[in-house]
Ligand binder design. Sequence first.
Ligand code: SF4
Length: 231
Amino acid sequence: MKLKELKEELNELPVEDKLNKLASFFPGKVIFTTSLGIEDQVITHKIFTNNLDIKVATLDTGRLFPQTYDVLSNTISRYKKKITVYFPEYESVEKMVSEKGPFSFFESKENRMECCRLRKVVPLNRALSGMDCWISGIRAGQSDDRKQLDWIEYDEHKKLFKFYPLFDWSLEDVENFIKENNVPYNSLHDKGYVSIGCEPCTRAVKPGQDFRSGRWWWENDGGKECGLHIK
Ligand code: SF4
């Protein structure tokens, strides 16, 4: 199926119907990777409560906040559904930490990208292997880089479709949905943490500050991505 056809099929449909159609177009080959952040919890809720044939997966980098593990645990308990957890390849992480120490990512951008690659990108690629469609919780309003994306795209590099169900949602829409549906969410969101990643590389931001400014704040060269979505 071509991107143009897919867009026409899905355009104007509610989020649940878009997800359901994708699941029927690509049976067993649609994956949603959740960071367990607030946007992703909305999508998890929609997938699980509608019993959609979409694999839900998350990456455990080994450096997550305890509060993030609480979300994982509470989500499994609430929906009684499986979330597949992908870990990094232990040998490469052991080598990196043995040679460079546990905080090498503070020392250079190169080290930081190496850590993100080993702990996130490599496991993500394993999760995406063999899939035709990848769902993610990106919103256009999160950053200027993300505004450049489209709500559905074809990733030539990974050879799959990428769909962002909440692309045109505001943060307020997301928060309202979470409250109205009593969806489990990360308590750090109530303490000024907006985009929540690994514990050493994430901090709270002040109201009105850029969505990604609490991530890798010691780097000042703009790009606040870890290589999962935007190169
Ligand atoms: S966010 Fe930090 S700890 Fe997590 S993978 Fe990237 S560099 Fe490593």
